[in-house]
Design a protein around this ligand. Structure first.
Ligand SMILES: NC(=O)c1ccc[n+]([C@@H]2O[C@H](COP(=O)([O-])OP(=O)(O)OC[C@H]3O[C@@H](n4cnc5c(N)ncnc54)[C@H](OP(=O)(O)O)[C@@H]3O)[C@@H](O)[C@H]2O)c1
Length: 275
């Protein structure tokens, strides 16, 4: 599968990933995050793997006990996140990168705008990213001090759902648009020190999409998604999009909003409800 990548900030390209690195990956217990954790460990990197379920993290870590280090946390819990590394006997002194994969998806059924659902999704997908960045930033800066030739990186897993409006995505799409903007803004403030990449996947076969009862065109496997992200790490990419077919179609939708909102989005919405 080919990925679409956009832009590299001038002078920010980092060397190919030869040396082993130290990452923190949230959302590691299943789906894309799990595959990415295994891939990075296979390459010899150390990964602090986070999710709420400790047993799932322990089962994952059993594959590479020296390299995958379980760190259970709820990214939406502000207090817990402030002390997230305190439970480790040897907390990391630096991080070469953080991969923000923790996320949930809940669909909204208008006209009942479920405030609880909107808040839960925003808490996990947006405030979870903010919380993890707050913890990681000093450790990323420590990595920069440790090796000024290398840019530490923040990689946020967004979604193509933030390109344009989708039926029933009032919670999920908004949270991904918010996290994407947050990271792009952070990039402006950090660009000389830390690379910030936003990943925009289309549909990926994971437990998250297993709940969907509608057509998911150009769906890719979690392994393909993880490979696409891993292949572009260390390159200071502004964004990564896959699969390219859905990326192009949805970009076209943003250029033709009358057609999208007047016809296609309505048809897709009807299909969901009929599902
Ligand atoms: N699958 C797709 O089609 C697709 C498309 C675009 C973007 N994405 C994004 O890709 C990322 C990974 O999704 P996935 O498809 O791999 O889904 P998944 O299999 O459901 O994995 C979600 C991961 O996030 C963790 N998580 C959820 N809420 C959390 C919280 N509050 N604190 C800590 N960890 C939390 C889950 O573990 P616990 O439940 O144990 O906490 C799990 O490890 C998500 O951000 C998702 O929005 C997915």
């Amino acid at each position: 599968m080919e990925c679409v990548q956009e832009g590299t900030i001038a002078g920010m390209a980092t060397p190919a990933m030869t040396a082993t690195r130290q990452y923190w990956l949230t959302g590691a217990s299943s789906g894309i995050g799990r595959e990415l954790a295994l891939l990075l460990a296979r390459q010899g990197h150390t990964v602090y793997v986070s999710a709420r379920s400790l047993p799932a993290l322990q089962a994952l870590a059993a594959n590479y006990p020296q390299l995958l280090l379980p760190l259970a946390c709820d990214v939406s819990n502000d207090q817990q996140m402030e002390q997230v590394f305190d439970c480790l006997s040897e907390p990391p002194l630096w991080l070469d990168g953080i991969i923000l994969g923790a996320g949930i998806c809940e669909y909204i059924d208008v006209p009942a705008l479920d405030g609880g659902s909107m808040r839960r999704v925003m808490d996990a997908n947006y405030f979870g990213v903010v919380n993890a960045c707050r913890v990681a930033l000093p450790l990323l800066q420590a990595a920069r001090m440790r090796d000024p030739s290398r840019k530490p990186e923040i990689i946020g897993i967004g979604s193509m759902s933030s390109y344009t409006g989708f039926a029933r995505a009032e919670a999920y799409g908004s949270s991904k648009a918010a996290m994407s903007y947050f990271l792009q803004s952070l990039r402006c403030d950090l660009q000389n020190e830390i690379a910030v990449t936003v990943v925009y996947p289309g549909f990926v076969a994971t437990p998250m999409t297993a709940q969907n009862d509608f057509n998911m065109p150009f769906m890719v496997s979690a392994t393909q998604a993880a490979r696409c992200i891993a292949d572009n790490m260390g390159k200071a990419k502004l964004s990564i999009h896959f699969p390219w077919q859905l990326h192009l179609l949805l970009k076209l939708a943003t250029w033709l909003p009358g057609l999208w909102y007047g016809r296609i989005a309505i048809l897709l919405g009807r299909r969901d409800k009929a599902g």
